[in-house]
Design a protein around this ligand. Sequence first.
Ligand code: SF4
Length: 219
Amino acid sequence: MTILTISRVAARTSVLGPGVRAVIWVHGCPLRCAGCIAPEDLPFDGGDRRAIDELAAWLTGLPADVTGVTFSGGEPMAQAAELAELTALIRRERDWSVMSYTGFTLGHLRRHGTPGQHALLAALDVLVDGPYLAARHADLRWRASDNQRVHLLTDRHPAPARDTSAGIEVHAGTSDVMWIGVPPVPGFRDHFAQAMRDRGVLLDGAPEPTNAEETDDVG
Ligand code: SF4
């Protein structure tokens, strides 16, 4: 049984890739970009260990208007073989678009990648690559700093018509609130967490109030 260690999932979003997609945030990242938006997801211990056939069943059972999945994190390439296997399971049932983030560059992965990383690259339609550089934070489509690139690895999707942020979605459940997206400005996470605290809502995993200048990225 193949296990993927994840932080969380979302059943639908329109701001992390083309169309309407599910998202899986994997747990663990070997990189330490200053200003990473999810420092609680970086250690390789902890996380939620899930069987990939269980995740595949959940994904392929989503409504028909969900036509893809995005792997974010954490570092998807740290669990690339598992994600390649998950992608194959999904595509047995549905012809889905698959996109991934990585803090590595595509060139590095092609030259030095493991067999699992090469397998995942071969399965992806879209890759957003490169580490988050806080000093280069910018208002960009699906990425947070201007060194990061959107690679269309297949002809499934045209290039985005606009290269500005796709926006932020706020998802409110019965007992929790989460936001999804790549903020166009630095510091969004702290500002949003404070705004929620002011309204009596504590976000899961939100940091304590801080004077840190930049804390945003999706990588
Ligand atoms: S921004 Fe992405 S690549 Fe960088 S430390 Fe955070 S999760 Fe890892």
